[in-house]
Design a protein around this ligand. Structure first.
Ligand SMILES: Nc1ncnc2c1ncn2[C@@H]1O[C@H](COP(=O)(O)OP(=O)(O)OP(=O)(O)O)[C@@H](O)[C@H]1O
Ligand SMILES: [Mg+2]
Length: 494
């Protein structure tokens, strides 16, 4: 509100009246300027704009009060216009009001009769100006908000990632163009609309999980296939500063091209690995053949070198097989066929494969199958079980110093067979045990530095065991040895 002294214009052809008004109004603290007729009054008003009020006599030479009122009102909507006249009639009052006068002061009047309408008029003028200022401020804020909102909407709509926001009732409250394109049916949905109408159950599940109080404040990430596209969806709860969850937001990133590249890369690795594996297997076969035919005393020294070459070739082939397995698992091309399987035959084959290596390190191998486990059948994929046992036996031989011992024992438990693979090798610290099943993890110590390996074996074993709904456990003591127990479900209970 303005704090300036209000200026009042008094226009009257009677000198006494002008000066009388000036005296009364000045005493009240108003700034007063006077004019002797309508023309002079209009001139003053135009030259010094900003009057808060004007007191105008009706009957004046040159220009009468009604005309002056009309002209002033035309220029200033807020000024308080009061008519002062001795010729008060209803008609002139109505006419003056029509032209914009606020009130009427009949002559003669006392100081109070003058001041009261002036004060009221000025009060009303201030209120009108303040109300207009507030309204304009509000309009400006509204415009700003609308602008900000439309700016935000424009930005969200321009994002290449899909953005979808739902409220607690699973109604979509916001979605951008990319989200509409990504999810079939969504483009025709009005917002707000039910999430269920998207027809995309996986998206519903991800967003429901993000709304679930138990998973807060986690981000739920999932790959989603919609028609021929793959999306990575990251959903998280939308919470107020107080922590109350208002809904959830999902960001959908198109990773179709990334998946294609990934699969191309894996296929390439797998192709190269396959190409390496065959010649390696052939070299291994030739070496074994040469060894089996060379038992003359002079050939024994050479046998040692050939043995070493054989072990290196076997190690390389194992690595290549692991890489092939891993890439197949990652591209989802790895499938197992579970059939009722006796463990004895598989176990014997694997142990035989590792015989040369164990003998070379003078590691004693014992195999112990009790009668019940010999007759039992597990529901498993033969190649997968071979890979599981091979990796564990390979490790037991690799991480056990010369003249150690490896024991393989099979026992029947509740609904499953337990295969214990125990060595008295270098063992693992608790920290090493916790990481042993991670991809590419290898314990770093003087012993392992000389042992070849990729760190993939156990991670593959774990995945394979889990694909069979089985379990694997590890107990180990540094310097004492390690024991892995693989539990695989039986084909038939009992
Ligand atoms: N029986 C064991 N005794 C001691 N340490 C072991 C044993 N088995 C595994 N480890 C430790 O766990 C690590 C991971 O084993 P994993 O079989 O995954 O990889 P790797 O044997 O190094 O290589 P790969 O099996 O791929 O040829 C090994 O590097 C080793 O440090
Ligand atoms: Mg290994």
């Amino acid at each position: 509100m303005s704090t300036e002294t209000p200026r009042i214009l008094v226009v009257d052809d009677e000198f006494g009246m002008r000066e009388g008004c000036r005296k009364v109004l000045s005493a009240e603290g108003y700034g007063v300027e006077t004019a002797e007729d309508g023309v002079a009054g209009l001139e003053l008003f135009m030259q010094h704009p900003g009057f808060a009020a004007a007191l105008v006599d009706l009957k004046m030479p040159r220009m009468g009060g009604l005309e002056l009122i009309e002209k002033i009102r035309h220029v200033d909507q807020d000024i308080v216009l009061l008519v002062i006249t001795a010729y008060a009639t209803i008609e002139t009052a109505v006419e003056a009001t029509k032209r914009g006068a606020y009130g009427y002061i009949p002559k003669p009047f006392t100081p109070d009769e003058l001041l009261l309408p002036v004060r009221n008029g000025l009060e009303r003028r201030s209120l009108t100006i303040e109300a207009r200022r507030l309204r304009e401020e509000q309009d400006r804020r509204l415009l700003e908000i609308a602008f900000e909102r439309s700016k935000l909407n424009t930005i969200i709509n321009c994002l290449t990632d899909g953005v979808l926001v739902i409220n607690r009732d699973k109604q979509i409250v916001l979605r951008n163009a990319a989200a509409a394109r990504a999810i079939s049916g969504l483009s025709v949905l009005t917002v707000p609309g039910p999430l269920g109408d998207t027809g995309c159950r996986d998206l519903e599940t991800v967003l429901s999980e993000a709304l679930n109080p138990e998973c807060r404040p986690m981000i739920v990430s999932r790959e989603l296939s919609v028609r021929d596209k793959t999306y990575m969806v990251n959903a998280s709860p939308v919470a107020e500063s107080g922590g109350d969850v208002l809904g959830a937001v999902a960001v959908l990133r198109d990773i179709t091209e990334l998946k294609r590249l990934e699969s191309t890369k894996s296929s390439f690795v797998s192709m190269v690995a396959h190409e390496i594996r065959s010649p390696l297997a052939a070299i291994e076969g030739y070496l074994e053949l040469v060894l089996s035919e060379r038992d003359s005393p002079q050939a024994l020294k050479e046998n040692d070198l050939i043995n070493k070459a054989l072990i290196r070739a076997q190690t390389l082939r194992c690595m290549v097989s692991e890489l092939i397995g891993l890439s197949a698992m990652e591209t989802g091309n790895f499938q197992i066929t579970r059939i009722p399987l006796g463990i004895k035959e598989v176990l014997t084959d694997v142990v035989n494969t590792y015989k040369t290596r164990a003998q070379y390190k003078e590691i004693g191998v014992s195999v112990d199958l009790d009668a019940s486990s010999e007759s039992a059948r597990i529901l498993a994929d033969k190649n997968a079980v071979t890979a599981i046992l091979s990796n564990l036996i390979d490790n037991a031989i690799k991480y056990t110093p010369v003249r150690g011992h490896l024991s393989v024992r099979v026992t029947k438990a509740e609904g499953c067979l337990d295969i214990h693979i125990k060595d008295d090798g270098i063992g693992m610290s608790p920290e090493e045990q916790s990481k042993a099943f991670d991809e590419f993890y290898r314990a770093k110590n003087d012993f392992t530095a000389d042992v070849p390996g990729t760190g993939l074996g156990l991670s593959i074993v774990k995945r394979l065991v889990e694909m069979h709904n089985g379990k694997i456990s590890l107990t180990s003591e540094p310097g004492e040895g390690s024991e892995f127990v693989v539990s695989l479900p039986l084909a038939e209970q009992g």
